[in-house]
Design a protein around this ligand. Structure first.
Ligand code: NDP
Length: 306
């Protein structure tokens, strides 16, 4: 029996060493150099090439190496097996730190002062008023983020598929709840999973429901945002600014208008990176569960796609 790591284009030496330490009796193989595909019973995957898991006839379960599973579910040849994802309080902490830093930089108008510096312009201004925050997606990350901003004294609304009850957060759900969730928000944070229902969800119609001059932060997946609609909303001043950590195509192509747009801040998908120690603990636990035939931790609902 063995575990296959199907995680292209990454140095996996730390992950392999940590797994081997926990599971010395198990062979760990790295795609594409799988010597005994018929022995593979558990696969850890991230952006796997389509069809790559079909070569493992004894596969019992699939483990995402991250919190999202959209890149895994996109594979038309994905075996119909239990799929689980990483859920990590440290990931939520990293996301909170990123979002808090971005919010504070907008409050201080650091984006505007950076542009003024390019032009040697000395124009002092007071802080930007940001009082109301909307969090789209109230899952593992969204709930932690919403709770943080409630603690920081902001007025917080949240939006999800099923209605939540969260201390201090005014919650809305479903298509009908979207307008009220975003209506008063100075800053909207996207923490939705990318699914067939959320693809291009943030489009011209939805931006028109935002408060005029709102700021968007997208830390979820790029394809949830319609890029052209976002650029149009920024140019028409319906939106004041956008901070984007995720993109439909990554790396963001050199010619993409986001790179040079004066109201867009680009970060290269670094807001919250999988913590190797937490990931290894969950991978090991799920490997053992798959061997024992018991339900995996943090299993994905394939109908909901998250
Ligand atoms: P969860 O699966 O825990 O939560 C998803 C939330 O989105 C839930 O509240 C869910 O509603 C809601 N949701 C899903 N579909 C819809 C819909 N159609 N309409 C309204 N609400 C919807 O995800 P996480 O919080 O763990 O992560 C969110 C996403 O963040 C990940 O999918 C990933 O893409 C991204 N991410 C980005 C990282 C980065 O570095 N930039 C790092 C980690 C994650 P309900 O509660 O009712 O099910």
């Amino acid at each position: 029996m063995s575990i296959a790591l199907v995680i292209p284009d990454r140095d996996l030496s730390r992950l392999v060493a940590a797994l081997q330490q926990h599971l010395p009796e198990v062979v760990i193989e790295q795609w594409p150099n799988i010597n005994q595909p018929e022995q593979v019973e558990f696969a850890v995957v991230w952006k796997q090439p389509a069809g790559s898991l079909q070569q493992f006839p004894a596969l019992k379960a699939i483990q995402s190496y991250g919190a999202g599973v959209d890149s895994i579910l996109r594979d038309p040849h994905l075996p119909a097996l239990p799929l689980s994802r990483i859920v990590d309080p440290k990931l939520a902490m990293a996301m909170i730190r990123y979002l808090d830093a971005v919010l504070r930089s907008y409050q201080l108008r650091l984006d505007q002062f950076a542009r003024q510096q390019q032009l040697a312009q000395w124009r002092p201004r007071g802080p930007r008023p940001i009082n109301h925050i909307c969090v789209l997606g109230l899952g593992e990350l969204g709930q932690a983020v919403a709770a943080h901003f409630v603690d920081e004294g902001f007025s917080v609304t949240g939006w999800s598929r099923s209605l939540k009850q969260l201390a201090g957060v005014q919650c809305f759900a479903g298509t009908d709840g979207f307008p009220a969730a975003v209506a008063a928000a100075d800053l909207v944070i996207c923490l939705l999973p990318l699914t067939s229902l959320t693809e291009a969800l943030l489009n011209e119609q939805q931006f028109a429901l935002f408060k005029k001059g709102a700021i968007l932060i997208n830390v979820a997946r790029g394809a949830i945002v319609d890029d052209r609609a976002l650029l149009a909303a920024l140019d028409s001043e319906q939106l004041q600014a956008a901070c984007l950590d995720v993109f439909s195509q990554e790396p963001l192509p050199a010619a993409h208008p986001f790179w040079s747009h004066p109201k867009v801040t680009v970060t290269p998908h670094i807001s919250a990176v999988t913590n190797i120690d937490t990931a290894v603990n969950q991978i090991v636990e799920n490997y053992r569960r798959s061997q024992a035939g018991t339900p995996l931790l943090h299993q994905v609902d394939s109908d909901k796609e998250y």
